[in-house]
Design a protein around this ligand. Sequence first.
Ligand code: SAM
Ligand code: SF4
Length: 368
Amino acid sequence: MKSKIDNIIQQEEFSKEDLVRLLNADAGERKILYRKAAEIKAEHVGKKVYYRGLIEFSNICGKNCHYCGIRRDNHNLKRYNLGDAEILKAVEFAFKNRYASVVLQSGELESAGFTDRIEKLLREIKKISNDQLGITISLGEQKQEVYKRWFDAGAHRYLLRIETSNPELYKKIHPDDTKHDFNRRIECLKAIKQTGYQTGTGIMVGLPFQTLEDIADDILFMRDFDIDMVGLGPYIEHRDTPMFEYKNLLLLPEERFHLALKVIALLRIIMKDINIAAATALQAIDPVGREKALIAGANVIMPNITPGKYRDSYRLYDNKPCTDEEAEDCTSCLEARIHMAGDEIGYGEWGDSKHFKKRKLPDTGYPE
Ligand code: SAM
Ligand code: SF4
């Protein structure tokens, strides 16, 4: 069995069957997988970890994804929307602490007012940092002209998870309406890429009804779409969401955690020079989950720099970590843990996706 895994990971190309076999790796075998991913990481992207200061600036959302704690119909939480001054204060924290990049993330709104506000904020972030801060945004599905305006205002990376590349499963985990349409998600990802962003996507690992074959297809989807960045983590249930009723179908949290690490390792092995973020959801299951992801191939961490008083309200899932801390508290312990994982922090460096730099633009890279 062991030699079989050894043989498969030496291949340059992987079939869906190979991926399913690797996703099935047991506790002994997955170490071989992580070791290979670590080798490829060291060779292709190096041992530096790049910080993106994450600002979850609003939990107001117009959508109703069945898995998400801040979905529109969850009335069991306080809605908030940070003022521009509060957002810019968090930006200044990132800048002063040489994070080099920030991520603006929120619930999803499509409106002229929202578009204008973000555009203005992006220009302001560029201004106060003398163009030195890199900006990633994760603001969901928007019209192509909106993506373009935000790109022109200074954002240069965009994260939009596909969540699952299986349209049937996508339908099961979202309301069946035009606001939650799989094809629109694909169109948005293409528009993001065509606009010129470094394009990031990802999935939730361990969803109810998700099979290893689905996850293998997700990996192939990301390869074929030729993405530049990935943000993925385990699905974690939230008691105030419709999907909570399928709790009994879930793998154990530790199993979901290890499956997510295997997906990270496989993406590193297959896509070599992309950026891979160690998602916060990993930390919800294992306190040093993000650092374990670094060992399995990830090279980006998004320390949460949202003002502490709002964190509890951006509760996407139960047990979300660091909800009662301020940015500084997280930063000091994180640095020590990253060193323990054998990596160093690329302070003051954007750490853009090497993959992005290599690929030709504009090109959706995805079969029409
Ligand atoms: N609204 C934007 C969007 O959906 O792209 C950005 C914010 S949304 C909260 C960011 C990500 O959180 C989603 O892409 C989803 O994968 C993840 N998420 C939501 N609920 C989750 C859950 N219960 N477990 C794990 N991840 C979750
Ligand atoms: Fe809104 Fe994003 Fe949560 Fe869906 S995943 S409900 S779009 S915040």
